[in-house]
Design a protein around this ligand. Structure first.
Ligand SMILES: [Zn+2]
Length: 688
């Protein structure tokens, strides 16, 4: 969170005039159908640049200027709002929030009684007018004083009921948006209809809300954030709604059957101090990446109606509320190139090379493109302006091209005809393309992975040594390592007696690794370390794993109907390698595990971490200090738990070492039990 908002610097009157025109066009397009040529961040930067220029050159201000106007002056719609729908002023960072709060309290001449802190939803503000409890009219924000009637959308918006619990006449205000799954669904429908997709959830929601005669219907979601009694109404309810604190009004809204954010991890809270406000801002920011809907900031306001009334309004915004902006998670940038790489298992994956762009606090240069079908589906071209999304730990991804920004200079993306690694043919029968040589194509990568610390842990076998063995024709896969002789190794360059004996001893030692590590070493597609541990614990022996069919594999937690057949097919492909490992005498049993048929469920329940999902973060200390993260996770699985890498509502326990950071903050927000490494070591001491 940076404290100084970035601005576009304007050199002279010409640059200023161009900037004003660009901002006006962009706002008009945005409020028309959500297809702005600028992303939010670029638009804000531009308007701040215009503002700075106008402050320095007051004589040059153009009447068209978007500064100080609601919706940047874009006028849409002819239904007047009973009470103007104002936008909020923004703050960037803790310091600006403190400044804003201080100036508000100076105005009041006393501290603010209580603060309300809520997420700022990344959708479109809307007014929903209910008459006698029935939803009668939907109006967009428009320019703030009048909006457009979009009542045709009634019945397609989740969370906005046709009827309220009580037969009351009120106006609800809230945000219309698309959740991640609604967005996916909308893109699929549009793709099937005209071969294009939406750029992002918000423009999809904007377009959908205004669309009247589309042959397909896309679902939207509503979250209410306020309610207004009709002006002049002095009924008991109207008076009460004008006097209740904001937090209690939201309770009333929810009781009417309207969706609010109360049931989400970012539910609104009431804070007594600015410190608590700031803390809540951090908590909301920490869980942002995992929310099923977009937020672009946090709304902080006076909770009490009396404080709000005393603070009043400026010409364009309430003085008693502010939007704390979070860094952008989506921006428009250029797709410069697409690189193709063959991975360890032979999968050929495209990667987007982007014009560097700052997203959620880091610079993004590469983004995932999944596969060829994905590129075709999105109709991407080199030189396209593309929307790129990244939040938290999520791998950056290209969402869609911004088609209306095309200049005609875009070129098609070259799709490889042969494997980019070895030049052999490509098997394109599956959606994910693969080199026909499979794992053999990148033997060096799969062998290096297999002997790594978290798998077979063979010390002294660095990548250059593996390459040497491959070049000498002594090995073709990692099972061949177990058949190497002392003579063969001594023949190699740079291999003395000591290093040969050490390597042979390390290889011998590797035969005794647990099944979970041996299985992980195979590098089965779709299974990493933790999944390998779960599979090994579930089946106990390699024989059991190999005889399991797709249905039996799905009994393992985290393996669904899509992944199971891949695992089965992979095991068939890997059969010669596994046979070779068996022949070499490599251990194929998971210590302490009982196979599913004979397993007594009671025995599992007695384990200290039975059916618990455990996340480990930060630096381990005490009895766990010497263990690698993988070894700690193995310990958790032995004690009956499930090791996981990210904190979610399903997490039962967080082991937080020094410098635990955002995972700890998130666990505390979700009310998850947190233990220090020392405390945790005591709980599982029998397994250490
Ligand atoms: Zn290849």
């Amino acid at each position: 969170m940076t404290d100084a908002p970035p601005i576009t610097v304007l050199a002279d009157d010409t640059a200023y005039a161009e900037a004003v025109q660009l901002a006006v066009d962009s706002a008009a397009a945005y409020y028309a159908d959500g297809t702005s040529t600028l992303d939010d961040d670029a638009y804000d930067r531009l308007v701040r640049g215009i503002q700075a220029y106008e402050e320095a050159h007051p004589e040059a201000v153009l009447p068209l200027s978007p500064t100080g106007k609601v919706a940047g002056g874009a006028v849409v719609g002819d239904v007047p709002h009973t009470v103007p729908m104002l936008s909020l002023d923004n703050v960037f960072g803790a310091e600006q929030l403190a400044d804003w709060a201080a100036s508000l309290e100076r105005r009041l001449g006393r501290p603010v009684t209580e603060w309300s802190v809520e997420p700022k939803l990344d959708g479109l503000a809307i007014s929903a007018r209910y008459r006698h409890g029935r939803l009668a009219q939907l109006v967009t924000r428009g320019d703030g004083s009048a909006g457009e009637d979009v009542s045709h959308a009634i019945g397609t918006i989740v969370g906005l009921p046709d009827r309220l619990a009580d037969a009351v006449t009120v106006e609800l205000r809230g945000e219309v948006m698309m959740t991640a799954s609604q967005f996916e669904d909308a893109c699929a429908k549009r793709q099937a209809h005209d071969g294009t997709t939406f750029a992002n959830p918000r423009s999809a929601a904007a377009g959908t809300l205004r669309a009247q005669d589309r042959p397909y219907v896309c679902e939207l979601t509503f979250f209410g954030y306020g309610v207004l009694p009709p002006p002049g109404d002095d009924s008991e309810l109207a008076v009460r709604l004008r006097e209740l604190p904001h937090s209690e009004i939201m309770g009333w809204v929810a009781a009417q059957g309207v969706q609010t954010t109360a049931a989400t991890p970012v539910a609104g809270i009431v804070a007594e101090t600015l410190e608590r406000v700031q803390e809540r801002v951090g908590e909301i920011a920490a869980v942002r990446a995992e929310l099923p809907f977009g937020i672009d900031g946090i709304v902080i306001k006076c909770d009490l109606a009396a404080d709000q009334a005393e603070a009043g309004f400026s010409s364009r915004a309430p003085r008693w509320a502010v939007a704390y902006k979070l860094p952008a998670t989506e921006k428009i940038t250029k797709l410069i190139d697409v690189e193709w790489n063959t991975g360890r298992t032979g999968i050929i994956a495209p990667r987007a090379v982007l014009e560097p762009v700052e997203l959620d606090g880091s610079i993004v240069t590469y983004a995932t493109l999944h596969n060829v079908a994905d590129i075709t589906r999105r109709g991407l071209m080199l030189g396209d302006s593309v929307t790129v999304y990244k939040a938290g730990d999520v791998i950056p991804r290209v969402e869609a091209p911004v088609v209306h920004l095309r200049t005609g200079d875009e070129r098609p993306i070259a799709i490889p005809q042969v494997c980019p690694s070895c030049g052999d043919a490509i098997d394109s029968s599956q959606e994910r393309w693969r080199c026909v040589r499979g794992r053999a194509c990148r033997a060096i990568a799969s062998i290096t992975y297999a002997v790594g610390r978290d798998q077979l842990d063979i010390e002294g076998l660095a990548e250059n040594r593996v390459q040497q063995l491959l070049d000498a024709g002594l090995i073709v896969d990692f099972a061949d390592l177990f058949f190497l002789t002392r003579e063969q190794l001594l023949d190699l360059e740079r291999m003395g007696e000591t290093s040969t004996d050490n390597l042979l001893a390390a290889i011998e030692q590797a035969k005794t690794r647990s099944l979970s590590r041996v299985f992980c070493a195979l590098g089965v597609r779709g299974t990493g370390r933790s999944m390998s541990r779960r599979i090994a614990r579930h089946f106990a022996t390699m024989d059991n794993i190999r005889t399991a069919d797709s249905e039996a594999i799905q009994q393992v937690e985290g393996i669904g109907p899509e992944k199971a057949p891949v695992v089965v097919a992979e095991l068939i492909e890997l059969a010669p390698l596994i046979d070779k490992l068996v022949k070499a005498g490599v251990n194929m049993i998971e210590p302490g595990a009982t196979p599913p048929e004979e397993g007594a469920p009671a025995a599992v329940a007695e384990l200290p971490l039975a059916s618990m999902s455990v996340v480990v973060t930060g630096a381990m200390t005490g009895p766990l200090a010497e263990l690698s993260r993988n070894e700690v996770n193995e310990l958790i699985e032995r004690a009956g738990g499930k090791a996981s890498s990210s904190v979610s509502a399903k997490t039962s326990l967080l082991v937080a070492g020094e410098k635990a950071g955002s995972k700890r903050a998130k666990a505390e927000t979700l009310g998850i039990r947190v233990l220090s490494p020392e405390e945790f070591a005591v709980e599982i001491s029998a397994f250490l």
